[in-house]
Write a protein that binds this ligand. Structure first.
Ligand SMILES: *Cc1c(COP(=O)(O)O)cnc(C)c1O
Length: 437
């Protein structure tokens, strides 16, 4: 066990004033058998807690930290900007610059609106889809997570899944009725919903590669078939690229898989660690937004200059270094090879899924993990034991089986080597504790 007495004390104190001691449930380490680590600082690939433990970080602030933590150029941009003031509630030029950059990096986006989180991006994109199509229903996929908007807390992934509330109390029946549920990688499930409600579906929202039930790869032709159904029935295809955007390529999953959605949601990397989300798409659709059009959406702090400076610098660095994505891919291949070697050497049933710099190892004896049904077969105790042992070995993964791990540009060859040896130790311990008994 790692020493975490300071974190434990901080957690006790936090619980006096904050529900559950945390501002987002996924951080609570619930069911892990240990208290959450309170973080003191992070730089590059490393994160340090208040007990002074330092870990190689694969949580990456749940995705944003693709450049590594506290990147020097990002810090200088932030420093320069903050001296001019924190927030004005009036337009600034940096908002146009980041919008222009997003439209260049993601060609399906003609116009883009900034918001403050991924949740706001998906909520607003769905409202826009409804306003544009004059229809009410949306389709989402089991195990996909699109933030905590009411419409999405139906069989939701991520923390909602980990903590056993994929269908949250407080979501009205009326709202729930307008969310139709399909199965990822099963096109018939989408088709039959369209056949049942041919005139009512405003849009289909999907994580093009899932991250929030762990990494699941879209099977050949699946995304194309969803797109075709949307076109056939006059519904909008909404890619939730909050996690995959600017990660799976400079143009996100849509560039990697060569599919053009009608609307795209962003978050995480677009803010480089600041609270930013965004949504964008075809001009004709986006111009339905106020003040130009009738669909209302607003934000006192949207496009905040500090957040935009960090987001812009992050995206600009990524856009001017296309070779970084190749580098990420290579590091990820090395890491995957090492992990796979450990899995066969130790000999416990695991499915390893990876797309680019996102990966999940599922502790399951199913031959493959392509759907929420497959994910549900995982041995959670095995994952939790792996998680705790990995911390002891200096590696920080998400405290849940149903999440992606993120490799970033700051992970060095030495980090990867250390991760691979720690992985072997952790797997051996899992085998001893859970499979040999
Ligand atoms: C993280 C995430 C969200 C929610 O973003 P927040 O900034 O946490 O509100 C939505 N969709 C996907 C795919 C995500 O990974």
């Amino acid at each position: 066990m790692i020493s975490n007495s300071h974190s434990s004390r901080a957690f006790t104190e936090a619980q006096k004033y904050i529900p559950g001691g945390v501002n987002s449930p996924a951080r609570s380490f619930k069911n892990t058998g240990i208290d959450p680590l309170f973080i003191d600082s992070a730089k590059g690939s490393k994160i340090t807690d208040i007990d002074g433990n330092t870990f190689i970080d694969y949580v990456a602030s749940w995705g944003p930290a693709i450049l590594g933590h506290a990147h020097d150029e990002v810090l200088s941009a932030l420093n320069e900007t903050m001296h001019k003031g924190i927030s004005f509630g009036a337009p600034t030029e940096i908002e146009t610059r980041i919008a222009e950059l997003v439209t260049r990096m993601v060609p399906s986006v003609d116009l883009v609106r900034m918001v403050n989180s991924g949740t706001e991006a998906t909520m607003s994109a769905v409202r826009l889809a409804r306003g544009y199509t004059k229809r009410n229903k949306i389709i989402k996929f089991e195990g996909c997570y699109h933030g905590h908007g009411d419409s999405f807390l139906i069989q939701a992934g991520s923390g909602a899944l980990t903590h056993g509330n994929p269908n949250s109390p407080g979501v009205t029946e009326g709202v729930a009725q307008d969310t139709l549920l399909a199965k990822y990688n099963e096109i018939e499930s989408v088709e039959s919903l369209f056949r049942e409600y041919p005139e009512d579906i405003a849009g289909v929202i999907i994580e093009p590669v899932t991250g929030n039930m762990g990494v699941i790869v879209p099977q050949n032709g699946f995304l194309e078939a969803v797109q075709k159904l949307c076109a056939q029935y006059g519904a909008l295809l909404i890619f939730d690229e909050v996690m995959t955007g600017f990660r799976l390529s400079s143009g996100g999953a849509q560039k990697r898989f060569n599919i053009t959605p009608d609307l795209t949601c962003f978050g995480k990397i677009i803010g480089g660690g600041m609270p930013v989300g965004a949504y964008g798409g075809k001009k004709e659709i986006m111009e339905h937004l106020a003040p130009k059009g009738p669909v209302y959406q607003a934000g006192t702090l949207s496009g905040n200059p500090l957040a935009m400076a960090v987001g812009y610098t992050t995206l600009h660095l990524l856009n001017t270094h296309p070779e970084w994505y190749e580098q990420l891919e290579k590091s990820a291949e090395i890491l995957e090879a090492g992990i796979r070697e450990n899995i066969s050497a130790v000999g416990i049933p695991i499915v390893f899924n990876r797309v680019g710099s996102m990966f999940t190892q599922f502790f399951t004896d199913h031959p493959a993990v392509n759907s929420f049904t497959d994910v549900s077969t995982c041995n959670i105790d095995a994952y939790m034991h792996f998680f705790r042992t990995s911390l002891h070995e200096g590696i920080y993964y998400a405290p849940s089986q149903y999440e992606a791990a993120f490799l970033g540009l700051a992970h060095s060859p030495e980090d990867i080597e250390k991760t691979i040896s720690a992985h072997k130790v952790a797997l051996q311990s899992v085998k001893q504790e859970l499979y040999d008994k």
